[in-house]
Ligand binder design. Structure first.
Ligand SMILES: [Zn+2]
Length: 284
């Protein structure tokens, strides 16, 4: 689909399942189960939707999904299914992994950075060998020095091999990494989490990643228990939603299950509400 001068493909990489309590934080199950039915393990489904964007003649991949490095035990824990890693999907568009010139990562949790690396025999190598890999310098630091609380989300084999190709962005600034492709500071889920904002010719699409992972999370108190700094997440959500409404921007809910991932928001009764049902693509 087109967004101004940008060509945008929303990829559907996989579905995986996380504990509902981890996804909705202090919201009791009696509330959230009215919106989403958990499986017998109390888990709810999460889609994984990396973005493939062409800016000028340059192909960029914004987040890379879970990838295909996980063993059976891990896949079972997270019920990773319906997976279609990004590399083979590129072939459907006539692209090779070598054609990706830029990989931008929102943060380094495995469901976003996992696809940036792959096994080549016993060795882990970069999945997109010609791409410069853009990462917030603060996130890079935190992923290499996790605490007892943050360790679970980071798998070093996702990012160890990226060091030679990594290009760090200043944690204190938003960054335009290619014309029309911005990495927006959005702390809370991690201290240096980034959203992806696409902007071209008056149109915009905000990929909220884990700041607002699913359309349920448009409700302000619905903040994932996984977030490292939930009150910071709240402030981030408020500013992202206000910005999206003011700019009439599309929001891509990165972890929405299924193919309908796009919506818009409007203010309602001092909070925010979705405008109509989610859609699969920006209408022409
Ligand atoms: Zn995530």
């Amino acid at each position: 689909m087109r967004l101004g001068r940008l060509e945008v493909h929303i990829l559907h990489e996989s579905t995986f399942w996380l504990d509902g309590g981890q996804m909705f934080g202090l919201v009791p199950r009696v509330f959230w189960e009215k919106e989403v039915q958990p499986d017998p393990g109390n888990r709810i489904p999460l889609g994984v939707h990396p973005l493939l964007v062409k800016s000028g003649n340059t192909w960029a991949l914004l987040d890379t999904g879970n990838g295909d490095k996980f063993d059976e035990k891990f896949r079972k824990i997270y019920r990773i299914e319906e997976d279609s890693p990004v590399r083979p999907q590129l072939a459907d568009l006539g692209l090779r992994p070598e054609d990706i010139a830029l990989v931008a990562l929102s943060h380094l949790h495995f469901d976003h950075a996992g696809g940036a690396a792959r096994f080549d025999g016993q060795k882990v190598v970069r999945a997109f060998p010609n791409a410069r890999v853009v990462i917030d310098r603060g996130e890079w630091h935190d992923a290499w020095s996790p605490t007892e609380y943050t360790r679970g989300g980071y798998k070093p084999f996702d990012f160890e091999c990226l060091e030679g190709a990594a290009e760090w962005i200043n944690p204190n600034e938003d960054a335009e990494v290619l014309p029309g492709i911005h990495l927006v500071r959005s702390p809370g889920h991690t201290a240096h989490h980034r959203c992806m904002l696409l902007r071209s010719e008056g149109q915009s699409l905000l990929c909220t990643v884990d700041a607002i992972p699913q359309s349920h999370h448009v409700k302000l108190p619905w903040i994932a228990g996984l977030d490292h700094y939930p009150l910071t997440s709240l402030a981030t959500k408020k500013s992202l939603l206000a910005r999206a409404a003011a700019e009439d921007s599309w929001i891509l809910f990165t972890h929405e299950p299924g193919n309908r991932t796009l919506g818009k928001v409007r203010p309602r009764d001092g909070a925010w509400a979705l405008v109509g049902p989610l859609v699969e693509a920006i209408p022409e």
